[in-house]
Design a protein around this ligand. Structure first.
Ligand code: SF4
Ligand code: SF4
Length: 228
């Protein structure tokens, strides 16, 4: 399987290099063994076979050339289910590799997702936010949560917006504009926010640069009257 993933990874080599150059984030190219993928022309998968075709390659010796054209066929005779599983894994790897250069990390200060989505909060989330803000559980529920318990009781509601408009910003979002936004309770943010993946995100503000230094401002502070 590693071999197959390596073969696919070769296609993304240039994108990964560009990603590293633009963001300064390492993509560990040194860990990729690219040698087996140098001449891959195509990978085809049907119900019984995985066929990998290689381009013609020519090895030059000082007095002769040796030309080779290879085709590898892996055969899974009567295990269509296994082959189908492999096909899906490869598709997923491809998708993630395509997405990765653009979306492995959010451009600093984007936070488009902190508007338009309502992170659900569990009782643990509310307690963590309460401890962080030095408030009580009930005060956080009253000021920052729209109570709406889920049927299985895993959530107690979702975080409020700064206005009644659902598309408005999360009440904890700080910063004046895209590129300057930051979460005001980052260390205590709901599990939903921490688990939100940027892979495949279509809301990204594409005008933002991905590199450079980024400073966040002061953390969110509840109004004095809201504190215990
Ligand atoms: S890139 Fe997507 S996930 Fe990341 S901050 Fe922007 S909108 Fe949110
Ligand atoms: S809690 Fe923070 S990360 Fe979550 S939506 Fe609000 S501002 Fe964004």
């Amino acid at each position: 399987m590693q071999e197959t993933i390596d073969l696919i990874a070769h296609r993304e080599l240039r994108s990964l290099r560009r990603f590293t150059r633009e963001t300064g984030q390492p993509t560990r190219l040194a860990d990729l063994d690219l040698e087996p993928m140098k001449s891959v022309a195509s990978i085809e998968i049907d119900e019984e076979h995985i066929t990998i075709q290689y381009n013609k390659s020519t090895t030059r010796h000082y007095n002769s050339n040796v030309t080779t054209q290879k085709e590898w066929v892996y055969k899974y005779n009567d295990d269509a289910e296994f082959t189908e599983a492999i096909r899906r894994v490869i598709e997923l790897s491809r998708k993630h590799l395509y997405d990765m250069p653009e979306n492995v990390a959010c451009p600093p200060g984007c936070a488009e997702c902190c508007s338009g989505y309502e992170p659900f909060v569990s009782a643990e989330d509310v307690q963590r936010i309460a401890d962080h803000l030095k408030m009580t559980y009930d005060e956080v529920m009253r000021d920052y949560v729209v109570p709406r318990p889920s049927a299985d009781n895993s959530y107690v509601g979702w975080l409020r917006k700064v206005s009644d408009d659902l598309a408005d910003r999360c009440v904890f979002l700080m910063g004046s504009r895209s590129g300057r936004y930051y979460c005001g309770i980052y260390a205590a943010r709901p599990h939903d926010c921490g688990a939100f993946t940027p892979i495949g995100c279509e809301d990204v503000d594409t005008s933002l640069p991905r590199g450079g230094a980024y400073k966040v401002g002061s953390p969110f502070r509840p109004k004095r009257s809201h504190r215990r």
